[in-house]
Design a protein around this ligand. Structure first.
Ligand code: NAP
Length: 285
């Protein structure tokens, strides 16, 4: 495992485990436990995923079984738009569900709504020590540039969709300019574009004795981007972490770079309909 260093010196593993779309709490707990047992140390959840308690239960079980200690883990959760006006209360609820007294990273989930007010709350939470780092998700270059220019504490992480078919080169440049780390959600493109059997990724993988999925993940970590693949299957959980014993050549990297479409086919944050849909999505009464 290699690490990114956040602007405050905190080490963030370059690979972690995501739990979006695992609504079954038992399945989520078992998947997170399997991930930790197999060596993952970063877990990415969100209040909007409705599975923070399952993540907390898996972490508790892994610690009790002597697999790791809490301080070896890097736990991320996120604040949903609906809770932007009362972030401190939502954060307390997340901690309660996780059964933790701090998280390693707390993120604003969307660049929608009163995110300036929410960001100021995250700054306070960070100052309290209950979040070791703070950041945002889905802030594209123009919006994060604006945020970085007008806040006391700049985001330390920006989590955006990023994979071989949407490579986020502009977001990477902005990350370098403002010093935050880019984190890739959907690093396997949520299975779209035939990624697992894609001819270019498969051919590169064959040279290294790796799968197309492993090439896709390796492509991002070699760009310094954190990846958080999700799977509920233990053999895939293992496969996705087995990317630390090979290196893509410059030629391999160029071949993957040529796959970039430059836009998302999962969600378009530039589309007004996306702002309307996400704003109407409630995670509680
Ligand atoms: P992803 O990790 O790109 O893809 C997950 C899909 O790929 C699942 O259908 C999984 O199926 C399948 N899969 C995983 N490994 C595989 C392998 N080796 N071979 C074949 N199939 C494989 O998508 P994601 O879950 O959307 O993104 C990852 C994480 O990013 C999320 O879990 C979440 O933590 C975070 N995220 C954040 C945001 C945000 O707005 N901040 C948005 C989306 C996601 P099985 O589970 O059946 O194996």
């Amino acid at each position: 495992m290699e690490y990114a260093t956040l602007p405050n010196g905190l080490k963030m593993p370059l690979e972690g485990f995501g739990v979006f779309q695992i609504p079954d709490l038992k399945e989520c707990e078992d998947s997170v436990y399997a991930a930790i047992k197999n060596g993952y140390r970063l877990i990415d959840t969100a209040s909007a995923y409705a599975n923070e308690e399952a993540v907390g239960a898996a972490v508790k079980r892994a610690i009790e079984d002597g697999i790791c200690t809490r301080d070896e883990l890097f736990v991320t959760t996120k604040l949903w738009i609906q809770d932007y006006p009362d972030a401190e209360r939502a954060f307390s609820l997340s901690l309660e569900k996780l059964g933790m007294d701090y998280v390693d990273l707390y993120l604003l989930h969307q660049p929608i709504g009163d995110y300036y007010a929410a960001w100021r709350s995250l700054e306070e939470i960070y100052r309290s020590g209950k979040a070791k780092a703070i950041g945002v998700c889905n802030f594209y270059p123009e919006r994060i540039t604006d945020l970085c220019l007008h806040v006391d504490i700049k985001p330390m992480v920006n989590q955006v969709e990023c994979h071989p078919f949407f490579q986020q080169s502009e977001a990477l440049k902005a990350a370098e300019e403002f010093g935050y780390t880019l984190e890739a959600w959907g690093p396997l493109a949520e299975g779209s574009h035939g990624i697992f059997t894609h001819s270019v990724l498969t051919a590169i993988g064959e040279k290294h004795g790796k799968t197309a999925a492993q090439v896709a993940l390796r492509f991002n970590v070699q760009r310094g981007i954190v990846v958080i693949p999700k799977s509920v299957h233990e053999e895939r959980i293992e496969e996705n972490l087995d990317i630390w014993d090979f290196e893509l050549t410059d030629e391999d990297m160029e071949a993957v770079e040529a796959l970039d479409l430059g836009h998302s086919e999962i969600i378009d944050h530039n589309d007004p309909a996306t702002a309307k849909f996400l704003s109407s999505f409630s995670i509680h009464d």
